[in-house]
Ligand binder design. Structure first.
Ligand code: DGL
Length: 262
């Protein structure tokens, strides 16, 4: 087992990971915000969905990915997954205190602050909604708006299959959130896979505003790299992809999603 050889400094890469292709929606924001950085993306598609596992399983899968990325020379990690952030971020930060570790969280605060006449719908995985991190967020913000939450089992699998025009995706969305049509005007995309299905969600819910954590995560990564003296500026950055399903089809899927508007 290769172990961490010490901090690589500003020349190291930024490791970004998720249970699959979803975190690519966050990666798009990271690259836009920090074009001089080298990003290595890992999607654990072989183990997706994380949202149907126990928090302990998600923590141990996340730790294994983090350990490998740090052994390979990561200077910072972005957990581009709400589920893994809730289940593993405090543990990973305690384990690797020298490394900036940035997570994502459902963008409930901006959705509530945006104001509106309808309810705020939070779509996320079962694990994300069940853990303390979300409960704290809800306690803080849910007095200022009517918030409804839906654990969206089955949605990640549809996105992982890569066919966003598949009628099965529409059926899953209709079953999960169809009853809120006309009742909600803001939707928090609390799983990084969901921004890829934004259009399909709008087809079911009608005229709604979407909120996701991608942009805020990118700004937070910049702040953390700056404060740790790790920012790489004046370089031409790069992006590489790897998946635990190591096939050309999977590599092509990641590349295609990187170029999709989301
Ligand atoms: N993309 C992930 C998230 O943000 C995880 C989805 C899953 O694997 O269930 O929660």
């Amino acid at each position: 087992m290769t172990e961490w050889a010490g901090h690589p400094g500003a020349d190291g890469f930024v490791g970004v990971f998720d249970s699959g292709v979803g975190g690519v929606s966050v990666l798009q924001h990271l690259v836009r915000e920090l074009p001089g950085e080298e990003f290595h993306y890992f999607g654990d598609s072989a183990h997706a969905p994380y949202g149907a596992k126990t928090a302990d399983e998600v923590q141990s899968l996340s730790h294994e990915i983090a350990r490998r990325m740090l052994a390979d020379g990561a200077k910072a990690l972005v957990i581009a997954c709400n589920t893994a952030t809730s289940a593993a971020a405090p543990y990973l930060r305690a384990h690797y205190p020298q490394i900036p570790i940035i997570g994502v969280e459902p963008a409930l605060k901006p959705a509530v602050l945006a104001g509106g006449s309808g309810k705020v719908l939070v779509m996320a995985t079962e694990v994300t909604l069940a853990l303390d991190k979300f409960h704290r967020l809800e306690e803080q913000w849910a007095q200022d708006a009517q918030v409804v939450t839906v654990a969206c089992g089955g949605l990640v699998e549809c996105v992982e299959r890569g066919d966003l025009d598949d009628p099965a995706l529409h059926e899953v969305l209709e079953r999960l959130v169809g009853r809120y049509r006309g009742d909600v005007d803001r939707v928090v995309l609390g799983c990084t896979h969901y921004p890829f299905a934004r259009k399909q969600i709008a087809d079911v819910l009608g005229d709604v505003r979407f909120f996701d954590g991608g942009e805020g995560t990118a700004r937070q990564l910049r702040r953390m790299l700056e404060s740790h003296g790790l920012l790489r500026e004046g370089y031409h950055g790069s992006v590489s992809f790897a998946s635990s399903i190591d096939t050309p089809e999977e590599a092509a899927l990641y590349q295609r999603f990187f170029n999709l508007p989301c």
